[in-house]
Design a protein around this ligand. Structure first.
Ligand code: NAD
Length: 247
């Protein structure tokens, strides 16, 4: 039985990586899907391939977000789901992170998540129900070393934002976050594998399961938190990290 039949769901960052795998799985599970991404052409290509719609959107820009969310809701005839997967990585530490890099990282990863929730929630409230899944990160629960201070701060913020929004939007709308470990996507190209294409030994040694993840393994967890199978779950931060956060 498809688990999302009749659902109308926005996936930000759906042009690539975890968002793309999620959009594809959601279509297979019967949902109407609207992809919102700053990469218009890539988003359209994914949408055409899976039978979704797409709209260009910079999640850090309030006007762009409100216009794109309204267009998506109109195109689908309503809105009862949102996955916030748009994000950027920054890999500098305390001493070498400029104020601009810190602000941009937070603007996309944290403020962007807030803006899309703020724009989408009224459409879901109008329909009387909804689910929101924010893609945080394992480092938002437990930073794993120096070198990504803005990214870690933004993802810790997404975990806290999720809990706060879950209280504000209950009981009609459930809000949860997923905290991935290392996932093989364009964002992590150059980290996940060595120059000869083998899986990175440092990842294998740090993860209880001894490997990195594929985007589809994250999409499966996002599906659980979007479907009625998680009907009594809200406000959580679910590690999907091969055992990294306790290993
Ligand atoms: P990705 O680079 O493959 O995809 C990110 C998508 O977000 C792209 O399509 C990009 O165009 C879009 N995007 C970036 N900035 C945007 C903006 N301002 N407005 C709209 N769209 C924007 O990366 P991914 O690995 O699939 O990452 C998805 C999410 O998962 C991100 O939030 C990332 O931080 C998080 N995450 C990834 C990993 C990993 O190992 N890949 C681990 C933990 C968390």
């Amino acid at each position: 039985m498809p688990r999302l039949t009749g659902r109308k769901i926005i996936v930000t960052g759906g042009a690539s990586g975890i968002g793309r795998a999620t959009a594809r799985l959601f279509r297979q599970e019967g949902a109407d899907v609207a992809i919102l991404d700053r990469s218009d052409n890539a988003a359209k290509a994914v949408a055409d391939e899976i039978g979704a719609v797409s709209f260009g959107c910079d999640v850090s820009d309030p006007a762009s977000v409100s216009a794109a969310v309204a267009k998506a809701a109109e195109a689908m005839g309503g809105l009862d789901g949102l996955v916030n997967a748009a994000g950027i990585l920054s890999e500098t530490g305390l001493s070498d992170t400029s104020a601009d890099v810190f602000a941009r990282t937070v603007a996309v990863n944290l403020t962007g998540t807030f803006l899309v929730i703020q724009a989408a929630a009224p459409f879901m409230q109008k329909g009387g129900k909804g689910t929101i899944v924010n893609i945080a990160s394992g480092v938002g629960l437990m930073p794993t070393g120096p070198g990504s201070i803005a990214y870690v701060a933004s993802k810790g913020g997404v975990v806290a934002l999720t809990k706060s929004a879950s209280m504000e939007l209950a009981p009609a709308i459930r809000v949860n976050s997923v905290c991935p470990g290392a996932v093989e996507t364009p964002m992590t190209a150059g980290h996940i594998r060595t120059a000869d294409g083998a899986p990175s030994p440092s990842i294998a040694s740090r993860y209880a399961l001894g490997r990195h993840a594929q985007p589809e393994e994250l999409a499966a967890a996002i599906l659980f938190l979007t479907s009625d199978e998680s009907s009594f779950v809200t406000g959580i931060a679910l590690p999907v990290d091969g055992g990294r956060t306790f290993h």
